[in-house]
Design a protein around this ligand. Structure first.
Ligand code: SDX
Length: 445
């Protein structure tokens, strides 16, 4: 192979110049390389052979925030950011919200297809009968301050769950993977409800197996002295749709955290505790809390123009707007918006914040500053208004995101564990620090 046609190949042999390749010339050496293009990507490792001399480590790619780096192959969720398309295993989110249920979507995500009626009944039975947590978890919960942030409590409790199921460390066992998925999907609402009840100093409410997944969660949150909690079917349905809308969203920050931590072959409970930590951040799952606080701070629709000016001056961020992938309206925001009025009616709530949100959206979408940056409402812009109407405390809004996202995180983890290209995540760096320094004794500093 002559230097001129030296190919960085794909590490699996050489690649002759062709349509599915890049021809790269290193102007430092004049050498040319052919780099294979596969599935619209080039392999970063194919650039390591591009060197100026034998001592050269070779070229790396540099991509802060991984804005243009595919970390894996996945068949779970497809997003077209320009067209505002979201599909799970190829089925559009709009159809899933209209025809499916959260538990059915959770099965679809984790097992790659819609379940038969028997499979769905068994899946529902298994999850319904795994909602209890070990009584020691209550003692663990009681150790938190009364005003502890519910996401902090949830992330800690999920990690603690790993110590109650040491068999989950057998991550190559299909049954252990399945039962970990069932336990995590089943117990997240229980942990979330216990954290909520702890923050109010109320006794914990145990799961009610007669109720649906969403209905049981409402019961564990709000049941008081009544013998049996009767959820409002309209709220049950709205919550189930919200759970579907938050179930998975391909390689977002928290899913990436689950994959990075999971690549060390830790148990899935610990990997998903990392996902909780990632979701906690205000730029990710914490945005729904930040949206409500932003609307409360704006106070009235009259203040919206000044607030938007502050955003354009860089003094504020329009929380609930913008997305790394969607450069169009987030399809989930559109569906959530359609449920807000129904929930307000069912809860007999007025929402002055809704009027402010509608005014914000109207003005922002009519303002070149936002449209030129392709900033449209995302999943978090309206969801908080529903949670507020349901009586969920603002600090617990992100917990409402974590509950359904658990099925997506688990699906990402399961898919990763079967990936033949799975390697422990270990990025490189561009070193910018000093070299060859000497230790200085303290009396000489
Ligand atoms: C979720 O990834 C996922 O899929 C996440 C999620 C999921 O389901 O898992 O969809 C859930 O996290 C939704 C996003 C929730 N976050 C927010 O609503 C917080 C507000 N939005 C942003 O901070 C921001 O839009 C991000 C973090 C969502 C995306 O940021 P990017 O892609 O890194 O874009 P950027 O920060 O580089 O911004 C590009 C430009 C910048 O302006 P310039 O420097 O070019 O002048 O747009 C501006 C930013 O200043 N910008 C905003 C803005 N978002 C971006 N300006 C004002 N308000 C905003 N919200």
């Amino acid at each position: 192979m002559t230097e001129e046609s030296q190919s960085t190949g794909n590490g699996r042999g050489t690649t002759a110049a062709g349509a599915e390749s890049l021809s790269v010339t290193d102007n430092r050496t004049g050498q040319s390389y052919e780099v294979e293009i596969e599935d619209g990507t080039v392999r970063a490792m194919d650039f390591r052979q591009i060197k100026v001399d034998e001592d050269d480590f070779g070229l790396m790619t540099y991509d802060p925030g991984y804005s243009n780096t595919a970390s894996c192959r996945s068949a779970i969720t497809y997003i077209d950011g320009e067209k505002g398309i979201l599909e799970h295993r190829g089925i559009p989110i709009e159809q899933l919200c209209e025809h499916s249920s959260y538990l059915e979507v959770a099965y679809l995500l984790n097992y790659g297809r819609l379940p038969t009626e028997d499979e769905l009944n068994r899946w529902t039975y298994e999850i319904t009968h795994h909602t209890y947590v070990h009584e020691n978890i209550k003692n663990f919960m009681n150790g938190f301050r009364h005003d502890a942030n519910p996401m902090g409590m949830l992330q800690a409790s999920v990690g603690a769950l790993s110590t109650f199921y040491p068999e989950a460390q057998d991550i190559d066992d299909e049954y252990q993977r399945h039962v970990a998925a069932v336990r995590l999907i089943a117990k997240m609402p229980t942990l979330a409800a216990f954290a909520y009840r702890h923050s109010l100093g109320l006794p914990y409410v145990y799961p009610d197996n007669d109720l649906s997944y969403a209905g049981n969660f409402l019961s564990m949150l709000f049941k008081m002295a009544e013998p049996k909690y009767e959820p409002d079917p309209r709220l049950e349905k709205a919550l189930d749709v919200l759970f579907i809308l938050h179930a998975d969203h391909e390689q977002n920050c928290s899913a990436a955290a689950v994959r990075v931590v999971g690549s060390s072959r830790v148990d899935p409970f610990s990997a998903i505790a990392a996902g909780c930590a990632g979701l906690y951040g205000p730029l990710h799952g914490g945005a729904n809390v930040a949206v409500l606080r932003m609307l409360q701070r704006i106070g009235t629709t009259d203040n919206v123009p000044d607030f938007l000016e502050g955003v354009k001056q860089g003094d504020e961020r329009l929380m609930g707007f913008g997305h790394r992938v969607y450069k169009n309206y987030d399809p989930r925001a559109r569906i959530i918006r359609s449920h807000v009025d129904e929930v307000l009616e069912a809860t007999n709530k007025e929402s002055p914040l809704l009027d402010i949100a509608i005014e914000l959206e109207k003005r922002a979408l009519d303002d070149d500053y936002f449209t030129s940056r392709k900033l449209y409402p995302n999943v978090d812009f309206y969801s908080g208004l529903i949670y507020e109407a349901l009586g969920i405390p603002t600090d617990a809004f992100t917990v409402m995101f974590a509950i359904p996202r658990t099925s997506g995180w688990m699906a990402q983890w399961m898919e990763m564990m079967d990936d033949p290209e799975l390697k422990i995540a270990r990025p490189r760096q561009i070193y910018t620090g000093p070299r060859d320094a000497d230790y200085v004794p303290i009396d000489e500093r």
